[in-house]
Design a protein around this ligand. Structure first.
Ligand code: ARG
Length: 268
């Protein structure tokens, strides 16, 4: 693993030294070689979800390819959605991957890698609900995952903090509410809606796109501001875009070839 100066890791080592009385100097040095900690919220299939006790998904494979390329050891932790942002800020995790959309608002506080995936939103609902465009969510009970771009997309249509919007800690809980009839629609990322529909053929849930109301957005790896790790990740990401590894992972998960040129253009 490359040695990079990570002030928060040193701080963490110092902290654990204070807690564990028996802490030699050698441990202090090897502390900088500790695997980095990556946070995620793993109820967002096919990007990250739990399968037989393991975190799996497109993001997970991509993360592994990028960090292996960069020679960086890591530990992936399922920390929850809101905690991702808090833990990045206070240095408890070094990086996050979680289908996190790069937004101007988030860029005020955090840094992102180059975009690695194009997404947009969809409305999920039970067949029979009279929904043909995103505007039809007006007057419905709307479920979103809290603090996501899905929440913002829904608020754009019905108004910020509208009482018809129920905010759930995870997208899985929003889908559960849809299943149980506690909400009429869920607004979330398109690929996640399609995956839910595919995995739950008896749920009666279907989804619609709406290119007029829902714009394209891009996922990135999340970092604390002004972090050396970001440059290393971007360099490794570029390599795996060019050497076919990204395409392989993409094809494995989505069955089609990605638009590599688009992603490479973003890097310039
Ligand atoms: N792309 C959306 C956002 O960044 C939703 C991401 C939710 N990811 C998750 N793992 N639950 O706001």
């Amino acid at each position: 693993m490359k040695k990079i100066f990570k002030p928060f890791n040193l701080a963490a080592v110092a902290m654990s030294c204070m807690l564990l009385a028996a802490c030699g100097t050698s441990e202090g040095t090897s502390g900088t070689d500790k695997p980095i900690v990556v946070g995620t919220e793993a109820t967002f299939a096919p990007f990250e979800y739990m399968d037989k006790g393991e975190i799996v998904g497109f993001d997970v494979d991509l993360l592994d390819a990028v960090l292996s390329e960069a020679g960086i050891e890591y530990e992936l932790k399922n920390v929850g959605w809101d905690p991702i942002f808090i833990m990045i800020e206070n240095g408890e995790i070094d990086m996050a991957v979680s289908g996190i959309t790069i937004t101007e608002d988030r860029q005020q506080t955090y840094d992102f890698s180059s975009p690695y995936f194009e997404s947009t939103h969809m409305v999920a609902f039970k067949e029979g609900a009279d929904i043909t465009s995103a505007n039809d969510i007006v007057g419905k009970n709307i479920g979103v995952q809290i603090s996501t771009t899905g929440q913002i997309a829904a608020e754009k249509i019905v108004g910020e903090n509208h009482s018809d919007i129920s905010k759930f800690d995870s997208t899985a809980l929003a889908f559960l509410a849809l299943d149980q009839g506690n909400v009429d629609v869920v607004v979330t990322d398109n690929v996640v809606v399609n995956e839910y529909v595919k995995n739950n053929p008896n749920s009666g849930v279907t989804g619609i796109e709406d290119t007029e109301n829902f714009e394209a957005e891009y996922y990135g790896f999340l970092f604390k501001k002004e972090n050396d790790l970001r440059e290393e990740v971007n360099a490794a990401f570029k390599t795996i875009l060019e050497n076919g590894t990204y395409s392989e992972i993409y094809e494995e998960w989505f069955g089609v070839q990605p638009n590599i040129d688009l992603l490479l253009e973003f890097m310039e």
